[in-house]
Design a protein around this ligand. Structure first.
Ligand SMILES: Cc1cc2nc3c(=O)[nH]c(=O)nc-3n(C[C@H](O)[C@H](O)[C@H](O)COP(=O)(O)O)c2cc1C
Length: 144
């Protein structure tokens, strides 16, 4: 079964709620999908995924530093050539998902445009957008 891994970094649960909704959307298209916190995620496991979504909230106009380190270790382990997505909750400037997408593209991941940004806690309609992203990712990796 095609597999999607969603890795998030979330300080108060907003980006995590987005990750969970992305997984829900993907599963509704019958793919294997899991969300995990960045410190639970194993780089080796990412290698077996057909699609990877990475999310971080924006702090001080960028992604949180552990997510940058996480992407660096993906690059070192040559986790690449996948379908990808970048997402995150933000308050007022929202740079993190854009930067995540940039870094993912640098290591050769084919990131879906546009990135998904939600201001503060996702409302019901925002969660629907997250589910939509999960479905889009699933559709991209399912055999035709
Ligand atoms: C100390 C601090 C710095 C922040 N810096 C930014 C920022 O530079 N730009 C922005 O858009 N939001 C910023 N935010 C807002 C967070 O991104 C926002 O609260 C987000 O919903 C947190 O999501 P999370 O629960 O997934 O971490 C900041 C919040 C805090 C507490």
């Amino acid at each position: 079964m095609p597999k999607i891994i969603v890795v998030y970094l979330s300080t108060s649960g907003n980006t995590k709620a987005m990750a969970d909704a992305i997984v829900e959307g993907a599963r509704s298209r019958n793919v294997d999908a899991h969300a995990m916190n960045f410190h639970e995620a194993k780089i080796e496991e990412l290698k077996s995924a057909d699609a990877i979504a990475l999310g971080s909230s924006t702090f001080y106009y960028k992604m949180l530093p552990p997510m940058e380190k996480f992407i660096d270790s993906m690059a070192k382990a040559k986790v690449t050539a996948k379908v990808g997505a970048a997402f995150g909750s933000y308050g007022w400037s929202g740079e993190a998902p854009v930067m995540i997408a940039e870094q993912m593209r640098k290591i050769g991941i084919n990131v879906i445009d546009p990135v998904l940004r939600i201001q503060y806690a996702p409302a019901e309609k925002d969660l629907e957008e997250c589910k939509r992203l999960g479905k889009d990712l699933a559709n991209k990796i399912k055999p035709k």
